[in-house]
Design a protein around this ligand. Structure first.
Ligand code: ZN
Ligand code: ZN
Length: 256
């Protein structure tokens, strides 16, 4: 079995064929998935999906790119949803210095507020980081995020940075880039990070793994990511699939 810990089945790229995409995932051995909401619209869709399918779970949070749009009532709404039995994490949240829409200080403020909320509702957090690794790690330390732990999603940093995150009670999640020929860092991280702390994800519809790079990504492709990591770790594929699924269920508190 495979557990795709980061999907966006809730976005418009899947509005035409969502049902078929979910069926293909199941046929590929994906038995559980988390649907990540990151604004008003995608959170609403994530909650609809988890009501519909028993093997789907939700994460609810506010994306750093849109930090400038978050209002006090959005945070209150996320806190309310956190009490829903199928909400297993708060996020995605974090820092994104690639896009200019939200100033860094506003991103940090919204990030901190969500960490504080996760500590209040006692749920792990899902971290989005783009070109901001140092600041992300600093905020996590200052807010003592280790208390709830969580996931460094689609991790793109070095082995040293990954180890710093492990020390803070975080799991490292790898996605499509680990299959790219020129992606040195994710391959090193896959090799060096202990299997006890690894997760897999697609981040679909983005970042499709090789040989589908550039196309729309979907959860069935998480198999390609698992195969690549099994190769890098010189581990049996079935074993890798089982161990990463176990890790996800432990973190999200999903019973077997
Ligand atoms: Zn992200
Ligand atoms: Zn995402």
């Amino acid at each position: 079995m495979l557990f795709d810990t980061h999907t966006h089945l809730n976005v418009e790229q899947f509005s035409e064929d969502q049902k078929e995409v979910i069926e293909r995932a199941q046929a590929a051995g994906v038995s559980k998935m988390v649907v990540v909401g990151f604004d008003r619209e995608t959170i609403t869709h994530a909650m609809e999906l988890v009501e519909q399918y028993d093997f789907l779970y939700a994460a609810v949070g506010w994306h750093p790119v849109d930090a400038i749009d978050m209002k006090e009532e959005d945070l209150e709404w996320i806190e309310e949803l956190a009490g829903h039995p199928k909400v297993v994490a708060i996020g995605e949240m974090g820092l994104d210095y690639h896009w200019d829409k939200s100033p860094h200080d506003i991103q940090k403020d919204v990030f901190r507020k969500q960490i504080q909320l996760a500590k209040k509702v006692k749920l792990p957090i899902i971290i989005h980081n783009r070109e901001a690794t140092r600041d992300v790690i600093d905020v996590l330390k200052e807010e003592n995020a280790a208390e709830v732990g969580g996931i460094m999603h689609c991790f793109a940093g070095t082995v040293e940075e990954a180890n710093e995150c492990l020390d803070m009670n975080f799991y490292i999640s790898l996605g499509g880039p680990v299959t790219f020929k020129n992606a040195k860092l994710p391959k090193e991280v896959a090799k060096e990070i202990p299997i006890e702390r690894l997760l897999i994800e697609t981040d679909c519809p983005f970042l499709a793994p090789h040989p589908n790079r550039g196309k729309r990504n979907e959860p069935s492709y998480v198999k390609l990511i698992a195969e690549q990591i099994a190769d890098l770790k010189e581990m049996d594929y079935e074993e890798l699939a089982r161990r990463t699924s176990d890790n996800a269920m432990t973190l999200f508190g999903i019973s077997r």
